[in-house]
Ligand binder design. Sequence first.
Ligand code: BT5
Length: 267
Amino acid sequence: MPETRFEDVRRFESIDSTNRYLLDEARAGAPEGVVAVADHQTAGRGRLGRTWEAPPGANLLLSVLLRPDIDPADRHLATTVVALAAVDAIGSIELPAASTVVPVRIKWPNDLVDLEGRKVAGVLAESDLASASGTEGLPAPVVVGIGINVNWPGEDDDLPPELQGYAVSLRMLAGGPVDREELLQGFLAALGGRAADLATATGRRRLAQGLLAACSTVGTRVRVDLADGSFEGIATGISPEGHLVVESGGVARTVVAGDVVHVRPGT
Ligand code: BT5
């Protein structure tokens, strides 16, 4: 399968949500590869009805439209594609001290965090399997959005109370302003190869390995909140399919979906 080039980049000064926009475009038959980037979102969304905060002009807010022609059980790796492309792009930011990189890790499955666990970015994948019927011949869409805290918060920003001590920006980690356009270009450059990996079994294993290498969750104590209850254990690995393996009571359980909370000692 040829690599998709993410060249159809649509830019918005202000929009409700880049995810909403691309889901509508997908329903109208837009192909894989469209990217929507906004300076500001008036209704930026997180998972489970939560909101994504970012003041105008400070951060990178974008969504990509994928149409992976794969088993539905593997579609969750679309989140990994975008998370890893962001890690790649952040890793190539030039810092004043050339030998260092901004350290970010993936908190399985959809957050980018710094070494203290503060959130640098969040990924939101939304599918619309029903819309595939309106776009005959095209695999069903999955829209993956990411909000990266680039220049907000700054050192002196008054964050909303719920984000204090919880959110961090690349600017804070890099020790100075970060160029959003360069970061976007780095992200798009990495995205092509990462998205191509979705199409093959070898590529999907590579995505799972990339996730394992970048994952801050493995090795920590976690609580897994599922629809039918929660359990605690130690995250011991990432399965070849990209799922989190959590050992609890001597049993290794594979976590496919659910909210994973890192449990710190003493909390
Ligand atoms: C996410 O949800 O982390 C997914 C965020 C995806 C945002 C992008 S922006 C482009 C695209 N278009 C959209 O409309 N959305 C996507 P979740 O795991 O549910 O986290 C949301 C929670 O993170 C909120 O309830 C806040 O507590 C917190 N939060 C909100 N804004 C934040 C920020 N800028 N930095 C860190 N945490 C934030």
